[in-house]
Design a protein around this ligand. Structure first.
Ligand code: IMP
Length: 431
């Protein structure tokens, strides 16, 4: 096995950063294939915590190639900031980081539009991260977007940006009474030309490099951002992000054919969280919800927003298994549940008088779904230092077995804390 897609099984924040970092030890290349700096992948190395927004979570491993694929939308300011921060911490970037020339660029007007549109939605707001992700993908689909190849070519950038600024400023002026002076426009073009020159050395054809590496039997990990339920096509539309976090997105967002993907690993939190708006049947309100948020440190890695917390939802996880063609799962943050007397698992939904086990595609139906729970006994002991599966408390093993049974997928890794050492490997991923 040489190619693996790591994908989020829920609404993001499942711990993909930690697992990607861990598996990076065994791979040659890590590739981000969608999303942008709306992602916040947390990795703990020794006493240091790193949060990656655009740079793949493999960068802490010297000599591993970290690629940002064509499917990602890149905010140059954010990327340059991330590069600088990592450099200051002694992380080698040059020679390890590469970005695709076809990736689209997030520009200041995308961020402004994201903010304005979100404000205008009032009580129907989506809860976006306001990083300009949606508007950047809109321009990509509208074929007016600026790609990295344009960004690094001063003349092309100036020509394209002038046209775009004219169009965007008309929208800003007419719809939102925001005026931008000619000087401000000139300054913006100059600034982005400078960013382009700073990023030029990283620009390659990611698809070519990845496919050559596959030919050479190198090991490659495709790192998904966000999660299945935030997918633009398969998620809880419209409360989703504007890209395809699902495993299929790796093919499009990195330029690899589906026949080249060997395995899909789903990163699944032992409970469920969601940031932003949208239905969430197993959400826990009140004291217990607050407790999980505090214990699990459930605050957005990008925006700091408190995450909504809920019980494990087997309907959601089974759906993720199907949509991604998941072979196996990693169960993360199980230590967060260690002090609870009773733990609930949602096995199906009660909806409009019917019992349903399949995730409903219609949002209206999903909104009306009430979770049907099964309750299991808590294990009530500290498991954060356990390193062998056999040593886990029997009640915890029973919880894992029940999840495996419900979602019909094996849990091959159990994460019992944020550190690399707090990981129980039941089955090796790369054999
Ligand atoms: P956007 O991606 O900023 O447009 O936000 C759309 C939705 O996706 C919002 O509900 C965000 O909270 C959510 N979202 C975007 N990125 C992440 C992430 O990395 N983790 C969890 N939720 C995210």
């Amino acid at each position: 096995m040489s190619t693996l897609v790591v994908v989020g099984s829920q609404w993001g924040d499942e711990g993909k950063g930690k697992i990607t970092d861990l598996l990076s030890e065994e791979v040659d290349i890590v590739v981000r294939y969608q999303g942008g700096c709306n992602a916040g992948h947390t990795v703990v190395k020794g006493d240091q915590q790193f949060i990656f927004h655009l740079i793949p979570s493999g960068i802490l491993h010297p000599g591993k190639k970290c690629l940002i694929g064509n499917g990602v939308v890149i905010d140059p300011e954010s990327l340059l900031r991330e590069i600088e921060d990592l450099r200051k911490k002694g992380i080698e970037i040059d020679g390890n980081l590469f970005i695709d020339s076809k990736a689209h660029v997030v520009l200041p007007y995308h961020k402004t539009l994201d903010e304005i549109k979100e404000e205008k939605r009032g009580k129907n707001k989506l809860g976006t991260t306001k990083r300009g992700i949606g508007p950047a993908y809109i321009d990509k689909i509208a074929r007016t977007g600026i790609r990295i190849a344009d960004l690094i070519d001063k003349k092309t950038l100036s020509e394209k940006l002038k046209i775009n600024l004219e169009e965007k400023n008309e929208i800003f002026e007419k719809l939102y009474s925001i005026k931008t002076s000619k000087q401000e426009q000139k300054d913006l073009i100059k600034r982005y030309q400078e960013y382009g020159q700073l990023l030029k050395k990283y620009v390659i054809d990611v698809s070519l490099l990845v496919n050559q590496a596959i030919e050479e039997d190198k090991k490659i990990l495709f790192e998904g951002a966000q999660g299945t339920l935030l997918d633009i096509d398969h998620g809880t539309f419209p409360y989703v992000t504007s890209s395809n976090p699902v495993a299929g997105g790796a093919c499009i967002g990195a330029g690899v054919g589906p026949t080249k993907i060997d395995k899909v690993l789903g990163i699944t939190k032992a409970y469920t969280t969601r940031v932003g708006s949208g239905p969430f049947p197993t959400e826990i309100e009140g004291k217990l919800g607050k407790y999980l948020r505090q214990k699990g440190g459930e605050f957005g890695a990008t925006t700091g927003r408190p995450r909504r917390c809920g019980w494990f939802d087997a309907v959601v996880a089974s759906y993720a298994v199907r949509i991604n063609g998941m072979d196996s799962m990693v169960l993360t943050k199980i230590d967060v549940l260690s002090d609870l007397d009773k733990i609930k698992i949602c096995t199906s939904y009660q909806c409009n008088g019917k019992l349903i086990k399949e995730f409903p595609v219609n949002l209206k139906t999903f909104k009306n779904c009430n979770p049907v729970y099964e309750e299991v006994e808590g294990w009530k002991s500290d498991i954060s230092q356990i390193t062998r599966y056999e040593d886990l408390p029997p009640k915890l093993k029973a919880y894992i077995s029940r999840i495996e049974e419900l979602v019909r997928t094996k849990v091959v890794i159990v994460s019992v804390g944020p550190k690399r050492s707090q990981t129980i490997i039941r089955e090796k991923i790369f054999k």
